[in-house]
Design a protein around this ligand. Structure first.
Ligand code: SF4
Length: 293
């Protein structure tokens, strides 16, 4: 008899079910933790779950539904999708899925596709304008329908990619916060998947067999910079497992006195003995600087 008998199909099925349950538990825990850490959802909230039909938003909705069933607070969930009128968009897929699951939903119909294709020259990436228009349509609907929180499906790796894109191309230290007030001040936006890694979400979506709608129906060029940062992060993670998690932790562990932003830390006051003299010295330094130019 072999010391390591080969796994039989029932063994494999059991193992898969065990792994899937473990993954679901991990995702629920991470989402619950993010909600608690950032006070994302409170009693009486009406949460609009933005559902694009991609793996991330399906996973977000699924996990929020399971948390809602056991949460100590009462909150409402409504799934909202924007039908942007892209050619080939399978408009029956989301209503069918949401009806089967008994989830309240609304589909906004707005032809942002025509606007984007009219404004953006052929061959250029359309995603930035497309996302802005989509955001506008969703935020307007939220304002008209008593929504108190808008949930977006960005995950940990989206947040890290945004951080590096800003670092490399914009010269600032900025990522995507797990919770924010929208620029127009009207909404609170939350990212319940902020602690979840993309590979877990992909595995979960695969296991759950969500009816995924691809986001490239429009035929847009992919954002090449974001793609290359994504590849860089994956390569780092492959070579140094755990690096992404460490980097993500850094976003919540900032030491302003160890950076060089004078708006965040008063370096001038550090060790200063005489404010008036300091002002003189600054004037003199600025002057000598001008002379050298
Ligand atoms: S891939 Fe197409 S639908 Fe998706 S964000 Fe970009 S332009 Fe919009």
């Amino acid at each position: 008899m072999s010391a390591h008998p080969e796994a039989t199909p029932p063994d494999l099925a059991r193992k898969r079910a065990y792994e899937a349950a473990k993954l679901a538990k991990r995702l629920r825990h991470q989402v619950g933790q993010a909600i608690a850490d950032f006070n994302m959802i409170e009693d009486g909230d009406k949460v609009m779950v933005c559902l694009s039909g991609g793996k991330d938003s399906y996973t977000m909705l699924d996990i929020l539904l399971s948390l809602q069933a056991k949460a100590p607070v009462r909150f409402e969930l409504i799934a909202v999708n924007l039908d942007q009128k892209q050619p080939g968009f399978p408009e029956h897929v989301l209503p069918q899925y949401l009806t089967e699951r008994g989830v309240p939903f609304h589909i906004i119909e707005q032809d942002t596709y025509s606007t984007v294709t009219r404004v953006i020259p052929e061959g250029k990436t359309m995603c930035s304008l497309c996302s802005r228009l989509r955001r506008g349509a969703l935020y307007n609907w939220a304002a008209d329908n008593g929504v108190t929180k808008i949930a977006l499906g960005h995950h940990r790796d989206d947040i890290l990619a945004t951080f590096f894109l800003n670092l490399f191309h914009q010269g600032n230290l900025k990522a995507m916060p797990p919770k924010l007030r929208s620029d127009d001040g009207r909404h609170v936006v939350i990212r319940p998947l902020a602690y979840c890694k993309e590979s877990d979400i992909a595995e979960y979506a695969e296991h759950k067999q969500f009816p995924i709608i691809p986001c490239n129906l429009c035929g847009s060029q992919e954002n090449l910079q974001r793609k290359s940062v994504g590849r860089m992060l994956q390569e780092w993670e492959r070579q140094h497992p755990g690096r992404s998690e460490t980097m993500f932790r850094a976003l919540g562990n900032v030491a302003p006195s160890q950076l060089a932003d004078r708006k965040l830390f008063d370096f001038a006051a550090l060790g200063s003995r005489d404010g008036a003299k300091r002002a003189d010295v600054h004037g003199w330094l600025a002057g000598s600087d001008n002379e050298n130019n």
